[in-house]
Design a protein around this ligand. Structure first.
Ligand code: ATP
Ligand code: MG
Length: 132
């Protein structure tokens, strides 16, 4: 890991801040405009979920490095109610609210790696990675 940055997500403006920071780091990493937009869009959906369903939380942004490649990883964490049925939540068009139900599934499609950990009463953590 070469850098890391944590952004609180408490209000709608924080979602915009996360977008901006993800865009800036994606540019720093040297991602092309299409890949930049993919991770910005995915991060935006997850930040919105953190706020709307998780009751707020934080995003951690990291430039990660393996021996072979570098990537941008964003982790969203909240201490909200958690998700009882992750498979259902990941299903296209499933929403427990009034959304389109495309946030989680879309974020997965837009990322090279996607990991979700959640349980009732345990909060939710979602990690996405886009490799250069
Ligand atoms: N951080 C979270 N905490 C608790 N539940 C969550 C969280 N993120 C997602 N969920 C649950 O998963 C469901 C699916 O999320 P997803 O982002 O795919 O759709 P949505 O937010 O309902 O609609 P959209 O994102 O398309 O506007 C949500 O409706 C909610 O029930
Ligand atoms: Mg959503």
């Amino acid at each position: 890991m070469t850098s890391s940055d944590t952004i609180p997500i408490r209000i709608s403006d924080d979602v915009i801040r996360v977008r901006g920071r993800v865009r800036a780091l994606a540019m720093t990493l040297g991602l092309g405009i299409v890949d930049q937009t993919k991770i910005v869009t995915a991060a935006s959906e997850l930040a919105r979920n953190t706020l709307d369903y998780g009751g707020g939380g934080e995003a951690r942004l990291e430039i990660i490095e393996t021996g072979l490649r570098r990537g941008l990883r964003v982790t969203f964490e909240d201490q909200g109610p958690g998700i009882a049925d992750i498979d259902l939540a990941m299903t296209d068009r499933y929403t427990s609210g009034h959304g389109l139900g495309l946030g989680l599934s879309g974020a997965k499609r837009l990322s090279n790696e996607f990991e979700i950990k959640s349980a009732p009463g345990q909060g939710t953590r979602v990690t996405i990675t886009r490799w250069k």
